[in-house]
Design a protein around this ligand. Structure first.
Ligand code: SF4
Length: 667
């Protein structure tokens, strides 16, 4: 036989809190409770021994004896009476019950007809009714509700141990009856959680044992739920177990009411183990583990489940039978509404920061969060993980970013270049790497620059890898110098020399380009070892020389202008950008000693195109060969017939321009 404990079992938060508070108070002397502190006789007997006495009449105690108010709570009249007597009060009213009391009181004060779903004989319900000046109406069923004479304004709430479906059914009914309906969700989640766990378990086993006081309403409800699925026995103590119940049962579930202490659960389970010796060992360990879960220590980090949320605090199930309170101040340093951040059913990591005098586990999300965060940041530092974080503040020396806490990014670690003004970085998201971390002091220093450097290096390597001579690439002008422009090709810059910026002479790179310009460049050369790249713009531009030369043919005679003299000849410009050389030997049929003797810069001359070398862009010209053309031959013979007075020198001819002279001579 396998014994399985329900996931949520035994003492609820409110009962645990009450017992711890009572035990603490009883250390100073006996305390007295009107009625049993919880609905479990054996626990009452144990508490009696500790000095926590149950009374039914004030006559049973002395005038100054302290009074304990139970989890069920009491009406305001009781507080008044006890305070008037000057008694010390140990108030263990469960916060869930207090919530119901206050809801009823306020609704009543606002003129609402207060209707309570619950047991009118239960102390909790009677206490709530008392907060409405005994005006609230208690109903136990839909039928009773239907019989009620309803008013215009209705406030509806429930005893903390009521079933949610029943409550919801009545809410639905009331919605059809009034337009001013206030519904207060006062059903305790501990009850629901235990009920759900019991129902779930009951569907997996052959038999359920429900442990708890026979008068405990929540225990009775647990048994009722379990009976919907399997045979169920409601017991108060181990001695009630009968071996015949387990004869043909191989899986038995155990649950317990919210007022059942661990030690009774343990006793019952041990007794069940004895009944079926063979299969108990493993399960006892499980039981022990569950019960041990309650031994939560301060400083423990626990993943819990949110069971209830208000604006100011949240109730967290931290495993086993334990629940703790997460105050809003332990959730965040900011002033927040918890309801906007937490949802019932969500898991949350918390740290137990203390157990208060009343036995409540006080939890901190902040501490747990910081511990978790520091671990994450440490891991990110070790693995080099990139963290994205928005800039939240500009401070002296750098930026503050939000990485869960404020992280510092030094100014030098923001970019790969110097940043004068960080204003535009505010609210921008940076990609960062943790470079320093002090977990104790919760200080973290981050760098975007290392991320950028690394990416830049990778990009540079990739660009260099695929870069080849003769390629055409797009780039961005990064920097201008007197001798050229540096163009970013993607992580690496290439040099576009001023001489490569155009076919015509460029005096300064700034005449052609500006920083930031996108350009298409031709890769002239790549030195991967030295990471040197030479680029050209003009290679991608049409070559005016090649275009212009198309118009000229070898042997044709054209007019040009002497643009430069050299010892070996004269350069004659046929048109801008298209110069040819008249070698000294081709200036005249006569021997020419010095070029300057016959030609001057700016002089127009007729030249014959002797040769065009398109590869070397060289044009060979001749002046003397112009003379050999037929018309010039005639002209030459004509000249031979002239007297010395008529004769002209070659220089005269060239200077004047042959045509004019010829015309002159023909006239
Ligand atoms: S069952 Fe809920 S309401 Fe009742 S004492 Fe426990 S925690 Fe409080």
């Amino acid at each position: 036989m396998k014994i399985i404990l329900a996931e949520h079992i035994g003492f609820c938060f409110g009962v645990k809190r009450a017992i711890l508070a009572a035990e603490e108070a009883a250390k100073a002397g006996p305390i007295f409770s009107f009625g049993p502190l919880i609905h479990n006789q054996r626990e009452i007997e144990r508490l009696e021994k500790l000095g926590i006495k149950t009374i039914t009449d004030k006559l049973q105690i002395k005038a100054d004896d302290p009074i304990l108010i139970r989890t069920h709570g009491v009406g305001p009249n009781v507080y008044t009476a006890l305070n008037n007597e000057g008694r010390k009060l140990i108030d263990t009213t469960c916060p869930h019950v207090q919530k119901a009391q206050m809801a009823a009181k306020e609704a009543h004060e606002q003129g609402y007809q207060v209707i309570i779903l619950g047991d009118k004989n239960h102390a909790e319900v009677q206490g709530i009714v008392a907060w409405t000046e005994n005006k609230a109406v208690v109903i136990a069923s839909l039928e009773e509700l239907k019989k009620l004479e309803l008013q215009d304004k209705i406030a509806f709430l429930a005893q903390t141990t009521e079933k949610e479906e029943k409550f919801a059914e009545m809410v639905k009914y009331l919605q059809g009856k009034t337009t001013d309906l206030k519904v207060f969700s006062t059903i305790c989640p501990s009850t629901r959680i235990r009920q759900e766990a019991a129902a779930k378990l009951a569907q997996e086993v052959n038999l359920m044992i429900v442990i708890g006081g026979k008068h405990s309403s929540n225990t009775k409800k647990l048994a009722e739920i379990c009976r919907n699925y399997v045979p169920t026995f409601h017991i108060e103590r181990a001695q009630e177990l009968q071996s015949s119940w387990f004869l043909d049962k191989f899986k038995v579930g155990v649950t317990a009411g919210a007022s059942t202490p661990d030690w009774i659960i343990k006793e019952v389970v041990e007794q069940m183990e004895k009944i079926n010796e063979s299969k108990v060992e493993e399960n006892f360990v499980e039981i022990q583990e569950k019960i041990d879960l309650q031994n939560v220590q301060t400083g423990d980090l626990i993943k819990g489940t949110i069971v209830q949320v208000s604006s100011d605090d949240a109730l967290i199930d931290i495993g086993g039978k334990s629940e703790g309170v997460l105050p809003v101040t332990e959730f965040s340093n900011e002033k927040v509404d918890l309801k906007e951040h937490l949802q019932v059913g969500d898991e949350i990591l918390v740290e137990v920061i203390k157990v208060d005098k009343e036995g409540n586990y006080i939890l901190s999300r902040k501490n747990a969060y910081y511990n978790e965060l520091m671990d994450k940041l440490e891991k990110a530092m070790e693995t080099g993980e990139i963290i994205e974080a928005p800039v939240v503040e500009i401070v002296k020396g750098g930026l503050l970013v939000d990485v869960g806490i404020r992280g510092f990014v030094p100014a030098s670690q923001v970019e790969r270049f110097f940043v004068e003004d960080f204003q535009e970085y505010l609210q921008k998201t940076l990609r960062l790497r943790v470079i320093e971390l002090d977990k104790e002091k919760r200080k973290v220093v981050l760098s975007q620059r290392v991320v950028l450097d690394e990416e830049h290096q990778k990009q540079k390597e990739a660009t260099l890898e695929q870069l080849k001579e003769g390629q055409t690439k797009k780039g961005v002008v990064k920097r201008l110098t007197n001798f050229g422009a540096f163009v970013d090709l993607g992580g690496i810059d290439g040099l576009l020399h001023v001489s490569e910026m155009g076919w015509n002479r460029v005096n300064h790179p700034a005449d052609v380009l500006q920083v930031g310009d996108e350009v298409e460049v031709y890769v002239l050369s790549v030195d991967k070892d030295k990471e040197k790249i030479s680029l050209s713009l003009k290679q991608l531009l049409p070559d005016p020389w090649q275009e212009a030369i198309q118009k000229y043919q070898v042997n044709s005679i054209v007019t040009g202008k002497v643009v430069r003299l050299a010892t070996f000849g004269a350069f004659v410009e046929l048109e801008p950008g298209l110069d040819g050389l008249v070698h000294i030997s081709r200036i005249s049929k006569q021997r020419v000693e010095k070029v300057a003797d016959v030609l001057t810069v700016g002089q127009e001359v007729k030249v014959k195109i002797m040769d065009i070398d398109t590869d070397k862009k060289r044009i060979s010209l001749s002046i003397k060969d112009v003379e050999e053309e037929p018309e010039e031959t005639e002209y030459a013979s004509f000249l031979n017939q002239q007297t010395s007075e008529d004769s002209v020198t070659i220089r005269d001819l060239i200077k004047a321009g042959q045509d004019d002279i010829i015309k002159d001579k023909i006239k």
